[in-house]
Design a protein around this ligand. Structure first.
Ligand code: A2P
Length: 340
């Protein structure tokens, strides 16, 4: 029996923060105490879950002295300001932001893919980008079998990727449309998201790709230890509440077979094969909301790439794309005795 830990959620009032609490409780994380933190604005706020009331406190450096683990989901600037300080104070940080994902000191972990990389942590472990995690739940088992050479990804990203504000914006625009009223002006997104899709997630770089699109390349390389991997991505925001989908075309070193691809996906922990096109069965975001596995289907031989496969993956952005993966990292550290 693992010793109980004092664990903090930093950004507890946000979309990911709230699910972090639910997942820690529901999955029976061995917590002596779960403490909630957010900005000074939220100090004193009460969050209840399963009959327990938690009082939100302000995030300050001193709080980390009393925490064994902290799950950060409050944006990059907060992690940049406090992440390593927390580690210095003896608290192991699992960070949802992109602040240190490319930092050599911070392992970038998907527990089903590279759990052993977490052993060498220096007090801060990075949780990968949500679209990247969802894509790799389909790609990684295929890579293990056939050897990934390069891939092309197009994402269909839910509004939850922009946090609570993103979800509220889709709801308020939809309600206004249904009531025949003028739609509220876009705020969380550059354009109206209701009845639209926006081929723009994160900031544009000189190359013409966005930062979000480059995360798919850079993070896939680090997670799968494939430093030369070539990836081209187009990230698109769609009016879906909280599950991301990714259309992928991948070229492999070895000849591929669809039957074998389906077998290895079905056997991969964290993936669920949903691939019966004759019966209209394939992954869809509405079926992967609040689901632990990511759905993988539409597996077929790609008509353009050599040794190529095309596939489609859906997974909950807030769960596997963020909170669930973070909690699974915490569970991994506890199970292996790597908390300190
Ligand atoms: P707060 O509610 O007090 O602003 P989301 O991604 O859903 O928008 O959530 C962001 C989370 O990050 C919220 O819990 C928010 O708390 C928290 N947060 C934002 N800025 C800070 C900060 N400077 N210190 C601590 N938490 C912060």
């Amino acid at each position: 029996m693992a010793q109980p830990y004092t664990i903090g959620i930093i950004g507890a009032t946000g979309a990911v923060g709230r699910d972090l609490l639910e997942l820690l409780v529901d999955r029976g994380f061995p917590a002596k105490e779960i403490r909630l933190f957010a900005s000074a604005r939220s100090k004193g706020k009460i969050i209840s879950y399963k009959g327990v009331e938690y009082t939100v406190d302000e995030t300050k450096e001193a709080i980390f002295d009393d925490l064994d683990l902290a799950l950060f989901s409050a944006g990059s600037s907060l992690t940049k300001a406090m992440g390593w300080e927390a580690a210095k104070r003896g608290c192991v940080v699992i960070d949802n932001s992109s602040a240190f994902r490319q930092d050599e000191r911070a392992p970038l972990i998907v527990p089903e893919i590279n759990p052993e990389a977490a052993e060498q942590h220096s007090g801060l472990i990075a949780n990968p980008n949500c679209s990247t995690i969802v894509a790799l739940m389909g790609i990684y088992p295929l890579h293990r079998e056939f050897g990934l050479k390069r891939m092309i990804a197009s994402t269909y990203q839910a509004v939850s990727g922009a946090g609570q504000a993103g979800m509220e914006e889709l709801v308020s625009q939809t309600k206004a449309w249904a009531a025949g009223e003028p739609l509220p002006r876009p705020d969380a997104f550059k354009h109206q998201i209701f009845d639209n899709i926006i081929p723009h997630v994160d900031v544009f770089q000189d190359s013409g790709y966005t930062k979000e699109e480059m995360k798919m390349a850079l993070e896939s390389r680090k997670i799968m230890s494939l430093p030369e991997l070539r990836v081209s991505t187009t990230c698109v925001r769609v009016p879906v509440m909280r599950a991301h989908s990714v259309s992928l075309q991948a070229e492999f070193e070895k000849p591929v077979s669809v039957a074998r691809a389906r077998e290895v996906v079905a056997a991969f922990e964290g993936a669920e094969l949903v691939d019966e096109p004759a019966d209209n069965v394939y992954p869809m975001p509405m079926n992967y909301t609040r689901r632990i596995p990511c759905g993988v289907g539409r597996i077929r031989k790609d008509l353009v790439l050599d040794n190529g496969l095309a596939l489609f993956v859906s997974g909950d952005q807030i769960w596997k794309g963020a909170a669930l993966n973070a909690v699974q990292i915490a569970e991994l550290l506890v199970a292996r005795g790597w908390v300190n």
